[in-house]
Ligand binder design. Structure first.
Ligand SMILES: NC(=O)c1ccc[n+]([C@@H]2O[C@H](COP(=O)([O-])OP(=O)(O)OC[C@H]3O[C@@H](n4cnc5c(N)ncnc54)[C@H](OP(=O)(O)O)[C@@H]3O)[C@@H](O)[C@H]2O)c1
Length: 431
């Protein structure tokens, strides 16, 4: 069975206006293959067969564990980067994230090293046919998580979505596999309306415009809507919000919140805010993601359905680090005041390494504007938008019953950052 791929066109220049993003949507929606003739019913009595990409990363690794534990799943194909010692890295990642490594010995697990943006994923024909003939759900989780590059840098990622769409459409069964795309709250960067954001398509690309990453997550949303409309393929976009630490409490130190906490070692204060947070622990988010494969709604939101006040998680951290709580503006000014050296100088580079919040100053400034806008549209702490989860909680039982984030969880993050050395033990406070 041949794979119909979109025409190769020269790269489209970096988007200049929001409307330019439609050209990406058109390009990756072009020439959709028609379903094969002589489609047949799926054999009955079989369990789900799930293909998931990017299981060496945080969310994918945790999702893989849930899939391997799931009694309704008979087989998991984990698609990871070719020639990357994927199996070895998978085992290391399972151990580091407190997951049960013995599950990787299960006969229901198959690691597949693949090139996601290439036709046929660089796999041999026999394996590809085996997967085509068995897969029931495709979870597209792999993505370049880089906020500093333009949308053009994501062409291979978007191409990979299109490749899996074509693969799903080539299924020999009447019911082709469902395609689940791990989207992002980032597509709502410029959302201006009042109230929680509904689980619906975003018609105006201006909402996602401005950052390559956000734009790169909006384009597949629209491509998948076209695919569903034109070919009847079941597609599910899961817009994921802020994920926090892993099972051990460890939260990726390169992110904005760990850096904000670490700034307390230098700024000797932490910011207080009025709003709530809907952060979700990675292991629990991953479980919900796997459950959301059953959604009959094309767009669902994956954030904590029970918001808690920002202060309720920051206060135990401030107490533990022995620093006062100050208004956000004061914290930001203190951070701005600690910038040393010229841009690009060794002195500045050194300061940014010690206090990574300095590296993220533009982000914290941008969020301040959004916090100020909070009197208009309803917003969370840090100016993030509130997402409705009405549809998601109807499908995902684990999301519906997720306990509120408590102060103890914040202490788990601190313990994990101390263990990794991110929060230096030479600090004179209680550390
Ligand atoms: N973390 C969050 O708060 C958050 C929020 C919203 C949405 N998301 C989305 O959730 C998904 C997972 O995020 P994460 O935080 O788990 O990120 P991560 O830890 O960086 O994991 C990304 C995964 O994608 C793989 N990948 C990236 N480019 C690839 C390529 N060209 N070919 C094959 N594999 C590739 C990585 O493989 P290697 O290990 O080989 O690099 C890794 O397995 C992403 O789609 C992200 O956009 C995350």
């Amino acid at each position: 069975m041949s794979m119909h791929l979109p025409e190769i066109t020269p790269s489209i220049p970096r988007s200049r206006t929001p409307q330019d993003l439609w050209r990406f949507v058109d390009r990756f929606s072009a020439n959709l293959p028609v379903r094969p003739t002589d489609l047949v019913d799926r054999p009955t009595g079989y369990k789900d067969v799930v293909l998931i990409t990017g299981t060496t990363g945080g969310l994918g690794c945790d999702a893989l564990e849930h899939l391997l534990r799931d009694e309704n799943v008979g087989l998991v194909y984990a698609f990871n980067r070719k020639n990357s010692h994927a199996m070895e890295r998978q085992r290391l990642r399972f151990a580091a994230r407190g997951l049960d490594g013995s599950l990787l010995n299960s006969p229901k697990f198959q690691m597949v090293e693949a090139v996601l943006h290439e036709p046929d994923f660089g796999l041999d024909a026999e394996l590809l046919e085996e997967i085509r003939g068995s897969v029931t759900h495709i979870i597209l989780n792999a993505w370049k998580v880089n906020f500093n590059v333009p949308v053009t840098a994501f062409e291979q990622d978007i191409q990979s979505v299109r490749n899996f769409v074509d693969f799903a459409l080539s299924s020999p069964y009447i019911h082709a596999p469902a395609v689940v795309f791990v989207g992002s709250i980032a597509v709502l960067d410029n959302w201006k309306k009042l109230g929680p954001v509904p689980e619906l398509p975003i018609d105006d690309p201006a909402c996602a415009f401005g950052k390559g990453y956000s734009e790169s997550k909006w384009v597949p949303e629209r491509v998948l809507q076209n695919v569903t409309r034109e070919r009847g393929l079941r597609t599910i976009v899961v817009r994921v919000g802020q994920i926090e630490g892993d099972r051990m409490g460890h939260w990726n130190e390169r992110e904005w919140f760990p850096s904000l906490v670490k700034s307390a070692l230098f700024q000797k204060c932490l910011p207080k805010q009025d709003g709530d947070i809907t952060w979700i622990p990675c292991y629990e988010a991953a479980q919900a993601l796997t459950e959301l494969r059953h959604s009959s709604d094309p767009i669902v939101h994956l954030v904590h359905p029970r918001p808690v006040p920002w202060d309720s998680v920051l206060e135990p951290i401030a107490r533990e680090l022995n620093v006062p709580f100050v208004p956000y503006r004061t914290w930001l000014s203190t951070l701005e005041g600690s910038v040393v050296g010229e841009p690009g100088s060794t002195e500045q580079a050194h300061a940014r390494r010690r206090n990574p919040a300095l590296r993220l100053l533009p982000f914290y400034r941008e969020q301040e504007e959004k916090i100020e806008e909070a009197h208009g549209p309803e917003r969370e702490a840090m100016g993030f938008v509130f997402l409705s989860t009405d549809k998601a909680v109807r499908v995902s039982e684990s999301l519906a019953s997720l306990p509120e984030t408590a102060g103890e969880r914040a202490l788990m993050w601190l313990a994990a950052w101390r263990k990794s050395g991110f929060l230096s033990t030479s600090w004179k406070g209680k550390l």
